[in-house]
Design a protein around this ligand. Sequence first.
Ligand code: ARG
Length: 590
Amino acid sequence: MEKILDLIAKEVKAAFDAAGYDQELGRVTVSNRPDLCEYQCNGAMAGAKKYKKAPLMIAEDVAAQLKDSRVFSHVEAAAPGFLNLKVTEAFLTGYVSKMSGSEKFGVALPEHKKTIIIDYGGPNVAKPLHVGHLRSAIIGESVKRIARYMGHRVIGDIHLGDWGLQMGLIITELKERQPQLVYFDENYKGEYPQEAPFTIAELEEIYPTASSRSKTDEAYKEKAMEATYRLQSGVRGYRALWQHIIAVSVADLKKNYERLHVEFDLWKGESDVHDRIPGMVAYLKEQGYAHESDGALVVDVKEETDTKEIPPCMILKSDGASLYNTTDLATIMERMEEQKPDEIIYVVDKRQELYFEQVFRCARKTKLAGAETKLRFLGFGTMNGKDGRPFKTREGGVMRLETLIGDINEGMYQRIRAGENTEVSEEEVRRTAEQVALAAVKYGDLSNQASKDYIFDVEKFSSSEGDTGPYILYTLVRIKSILRKYEQQGGDLATVSLREAGNASEKELMMELAGFQAMIESAYEELAPHKICAYLYNLANAFNRVYHSTMILTEADEEKKAGLIALLMLTKDMLETCIDLLGFSAPEWM
Ligand code: ARG
């Protein structure tokens, strides 16, 4: 379906043309003076110079052409040269009805279906999932859903951090504690046990212990580096132990992400491309892209136009070990081979921006990435506590994601329990609390532009008033309840259809609905879930104005009532679609 703004512009462009002006001047936007008009065109001002005419005169000429338009109920040329426009009820209702009867509200399938890989989540195996990883999961999941909604083939890949020094640290610590384990017996030739020699709780204690010891104990750190090297070079017992670490950790990660309604298509990690590294290094050397520098192997990536220093991309360290870069480059190679993506989008902390600049340049220069493949970095800011510093536990430690979500769920549960709904089962209260808590957290995050730092304020996010997830859910639940009552009164939701707006607030709601397509296109192009949040907030407000100004269930005129119900149903579908794109859902009651 064409966007409503394009339809309106078409009409205005034809009028510019008919009045003897360049039709390109007929561009239209939503009005920034809703007290004066609904849409506006500023083209007369832009044309004044070319036609050596006062803008107001041009605007008047165009307005004269639009006098009998079926699209506009009101056209006015206003000083210094604006065209103020209001659309007819018939035009608007026709448009919104067509949206309501179309798949995805009329959003067309793309001409070229792209393959898009979204690299998000990025947790590190064996380290507890902490709030830093929350943003990547929430934003990435939303971006994935939006791109998929737009009709593309989208693959979400978690890209586990499963190959670095943390593995060597864990193995070293385990060896200190339990040297008798069969994994450390170099002469052992048999099968290794199925069962891991640790639980997730132990694993999560082992890593921080090992990590802090390595910071003061040089010999211990050496051992960990040695263990990492031995693991990467394929020592059987180390590989088997590493498999256990991955399995135990991934089971726990899956549980956590499931609670967050975050779903990955691929659970690949840095280790998956290990075997590709030697081939890649050989290629980079043969083609003359890589050269030695202080014993290390690097690719220069600086460009003449750089205003700041972009250091070379290091491929191998002087001891021959691979780095974070190396696995990222090899992963690009693998993705090109396996998925041939048109785009790869990395949803990562914005502090890694320079790093990704190096990797992208290197992948381009060395042709590891296809010439047509777009590499995009979606960097997000820090989640801060109310004190404006990075979010911590009350004791000042790293906040585990599980603890955070658990606390928020509990708070929400208490709030709902304290409410008037006493006949609801315990289980349902729990379920509802989880849904509302998830909405609070996700909306709180996504409503900020991703690149900005933001303050994680549970109180504010959980409020049922203002620009929050719970407010959106309350609005949805309110609509659901009206629709249920309508059915109880004997109304049939299957037969209602939209009617022209009966008052100004209904018309405003229709105009909000009509703006969906333009909004979703820009949210997709700019990778900007916050645009969906802003849209949801406006839509919820527009509905609530209708709710407070209009009799719905008590309306005596049955046809009018059915028209309102149809408007509510469309609003509900739209709200539900949008919250699904953000990655949460609404309960039946609150
Ligand atoms: N594991 C990394 C971290 O915790 C994030 C991974 C991001 N993705 C990537 N392809 N490098 O910082």
